[in-house]
Write a protein that binds this ligand. Structure first.
Ligand code: PMT
Length: 222
């Protein structure tokens, strides 16, 4: 068996987060978890010890992966921090940037004559940036960026602002790619340049991305 990642511990997060408003409602997004699950699956097949922190998705666990299920951004943050230290962190999850200040314990009721509802949202913790700044920083921290426009420029600014080694940009809104679909297209950006991957099935992209990550790791640790 080909096990180029044997001996490495890799933490991947995947899927959306759900931010509860009340017992009946939440704020979520369209991430299915397929991209992150494909990465976890291929990494485990290549011999890595893999922890997969999964938001609320409807996907079976890849074989030989330790899966930790979470719901909210705060729970995902805790589960990722608990999974450190690791050699490589890959942040493929679509983590909510904002969450309701407090989840209500009773269903929010419309008031007579009410036409507008204002929800107060507060910023969540940035899991990826915290992993990159952690005292036990992984050797490689790889982020994703989902953008509708100026994809490369926004991704590059996230790479720098969050202190990442590599970022995989994908365009939201392209038919058959990105959120929910089985296929995707990535622009992988690091200090040495840009590399387009795909369009291709998410498992094939995960394999190509892990090839790039392995090559980068070999270069950085040579
Ligand atoms: O799950 P699928 O349906 O297969 O779709 C895959 C995908 C489109 C969700 C995936 O390829 C992807 O792009 N994931 C990142 C989506 C996203 O939230 O991007 P962002 O640009 O908002 O965030 C940038 C990075 O910061 C991401 O790595 C994100 O995980 C991370 N982040 C963001 C906010 C936060 N509070 N904590 C974080 O760690």
């Amino acid at each position: 068996m080909n096990t180029p990642l044997a001996g490495l511990r890799i933490v991947v997060n995947a899927g959306p987060t759900f931010e509860d408003i009340d017992p009946a409602r939440y704020l979520g997004n369209r991430s299915s978890g397929k991209m992150g699950f494909a990465i976890a699956d291929i990494a485990a097949r290549r011999g890595a010890e893999v922890v997969l922190v999964a938001g609320p998705v409807h996907l079976p666990s890849p074989a030989a992966v330790l899966r930790v299920d979470v719901r909210s951004a705060a729970q995902m943050h805790q589960a990722v921090m608990d999974a450190l230290p690791c050699d490589i962190f890959i942040g493929a999850a679509a983590v909510a940037d904002f969450t309701p200040r407090a989840a209500l314990d009773r269903k929010l009721k419309k008031q007579p004559g009410q036409d507008v509802l204002v929800l107060e949202l507060i910023k969540t913790r940035d899991i990826l940036a915290e992993v990159a700044a952690h005292p036990q920083r992984p050797t490689l921290v790889v982020g994703f960026a989902a953008e509708t426009n100026d994809v490369a420029a926004y991704a590059r600014s996230k790479l720098e602002r969050k202190g990442l080694d590599m970022i995989c940009a994908n365009q939201v809104g392209l038919p058959g790619c990105g959120f929910e679909s089985d296929d995707n297209a990535l622009l992988v950006i690091d200090g040495s340049g840009e590399r387009p991957l795909g369009p291709a099935p998410k498992h094939a992209l995960a394999a190509s991305l892990l090839d790039l990550i392995s090559a980068r790791l070999r270069k950085d640790t040579a």
